[in-house]
Design a protein around this ligand. Structure first.
Ligand code: ADP
Ligand code: MG
Length: 479
């Protein structure tokens, strides 16, 4: 039986390929996914002797922009180091990385302190499915890669997932990386330890994680494994483990190497950078280049009074966010109208999308046969009571099928709400004439009878009568 209380501690190392046009140190195309193997290569990224690398300015800028967004300290002096090791996917026999002078230090995301963000080059990708040999594709070799390291300050698997998602959202918002986990554009390694004292326990690093869900599962698995080992009197060995998603288990890969094993030293072929001498890299200039950040957008939308679930969707699904913003703008940003519009997006429009495409396909909002301006027009019609809420649903369903102007559709389908008193009054008169007993009951004081008569009138008008106006007409006839 456990009598001790264990606390889990987690630190993350996250890599993301930067979406620059060219590679980190040469002008080969940065396109590791879409081309035939070994086509986006040149003597520099193939590591041929005598070639000289050139630093990709855009890649440096991307990492600095991430740093500004995270509220980090930007390096003034920086350099690239050689990280030496031997592997078929590393053509030079070393990876260009940053060791002592990362571009970015400190800052925080989701309340998690960031240690550093540095820039390096990706390795080639090797296919191990060929029996006794491997095929190596160098399209990925030399692709700019940022690495973000957090402090060991995370304490649950859930926080691991939410940190990863928030970083992914940030990278996409900044436009610096596609950050797709499944494709390996973004790769997350979790370092886990467990301790029953104030001192941190021995950490184990887990790699081969292909999704945020897998990151959470691997974290949970390791925490449980550590506690079991410690409880049975054993000790945790510092090592690197892999995550087997099918089995839902981690497995030992190698005992962890030390930094000294890599014999880091500054690359003599690349210039040192003094960032204050580069005007585009001043904090002010970089700051101006930032779009509205996810947490800023979250706060602005919440302040408008939108429901948290709606805010969540607009912030995490850019297509939905863009549609909402365009609708809001077309409605002149009037608060009442915006809230009404958001309700129609979140319930009716997403309802139609779900029915057609299935769960989790909200981004299809970008492929509707009508634009936000047409949608905003429908919302204005609802507000002006030109169409009832029932009629609006029908109009929207028709727009969803084949586009079109909401006013025209309402006209053609007889869905324009009749608020004009004369027309509604004649409907009320017909209803009273056809239901003399019910009308009498109401006169005698039976309130429920009025509801029935309103219902009959709405039916008669095929839903097009304004219920308020109809009610007033009936009451004046029967008083
Ligand atoms: P190494 O030198 O082994 O690479 P670092 O100190 O650079 O270790 O840390 C690498 C990652 O491991 C960081 O994300 C850090 O937060 C995390 N980490 C370090 N020590 C621990 C620990 N005891 N428990 C959990 N995570 C840790
Ligand atoms: Mg390290």
């Amino acid at each position: 039986m456990t009598t001790k209380t264990y606390k889990a501690t987690i630190g993350l190392e996250i890599h993301a390929e930067l979406s620059t046009a060219t590679k980190m140190f040469c002008d080969s195309r940065n396109d590791p996914f879409h081309s035939a193997p070994n086509t986006n290569v040149c003597p520099i990224c193939m590591g041929h002797p005598g070639t000289l690398p050139v630093i990709n300015k855009k890649a440096v800028e991307s990492v600095l922009r991430v740093g500004v967004a995270l509220g980090s300290e930007l390096a003034d002096f920086t350099e690239f180091d050689r990280k030496n090791y031997f592997y078929p996917d590393i053509p030079k026999g070393y990876q260009l990385s940053q060791y002592k002078y990362p571009l970015v230090k400190g800052g925080a995301l989701n309340g998690v302190a960031i240690t550093r963000v540095h820039l390096e080059e990706d390795t080639a990708s090797s296919g191990h499915d060929e029996g006794d040999y491997s095929l190596v594709d160098f399209n990925r070799a030399g692709v700019p890669l940022m690495e973000l390291v957090t402090e060991p300050v995370i304490h649950s698997a859930e926080e691991v997932g939410s940190f990863g998602k928030e970083l992914q959202l940030l990278l996409r918002t900044l436009g610096v990386s596609g950050a797709n986990m499944e494709r390996g554009e973004m790769r997350l390694e979790v370092n886990v330890s467990v301790s029953d004292t104030d001192k941190l326990g021995t950490k184990v690093e887990v790699k081969n994680i292909g999704s945020f869900k897998a990151a959470e599962k691997a974290t949970e698995y390791e925490i449980k494994r550590h506690i079991e080992v410690l409880e049975s009197g054993g000790s945790i060995e510092q090592e690197t483990r892999g995550w087997d998603d099918t089995k839902g288990k981690t497995f030992s890969q190698r005992k962890k190497e030390e930094a000294q094993d890599y014999r880091y030293f500054p690359d003599p072929d690349l210039p040192k950078l003094k960032l204050s001498e580069i005007p585009e890299f001043s904090r002010e200039v970089l700051k101006k280049s930032l779009p509205e950040l996810p947490w800023e957008r979250r706060e602005r939308l919440s302040r408008l009074g939108l429901k948290p679930v709606d805010v969540y969707i607009y912030v995490t699904i850019p297509e939905a966010g863009a549609f909402f913003e365009a609708t809001a703008q077309a409605l002149g940003n009037r608060k009442e109208s915006i809230l009404l519009a958001s309700n129609y997006i979140a319930t009716d429009l997403f309802g139609l999308i779900k029915k057609k495409y299935g769960e989790g396909r909200e981004s299809e909002i970008a492929s509707l046969p009508f634009d936000a301006a047409a949608f905003a027009k429908l919302v204005s019609m609802i507000e002006a009571k030109k169409v009832s809420s029932r009629g609006a649903k029908d109009v929207l369903a028709l727009m969803f099928e084949s586009g079109g102007d909401p006013e025209k559709i309402a006209d053609e389908k007889g869905l324009v709400q009749k608020s004009d008193e004369g027309a509604v009054k004649s409907i009320a008169m017909e209803v009273v004439a056809e239901n003399p007993t019910v009308a009498d009951d109401f006169k005698k004081g039976k309130q429920a009878s009025l509801q029935f008569l309103i219902g009959q009138g709405m039916k008669k008008s095929k839903g097009s009568a304004n219920p308020e106006v109809l009610k007033a007409a009936l009451m004046s006839l029967l008083s």
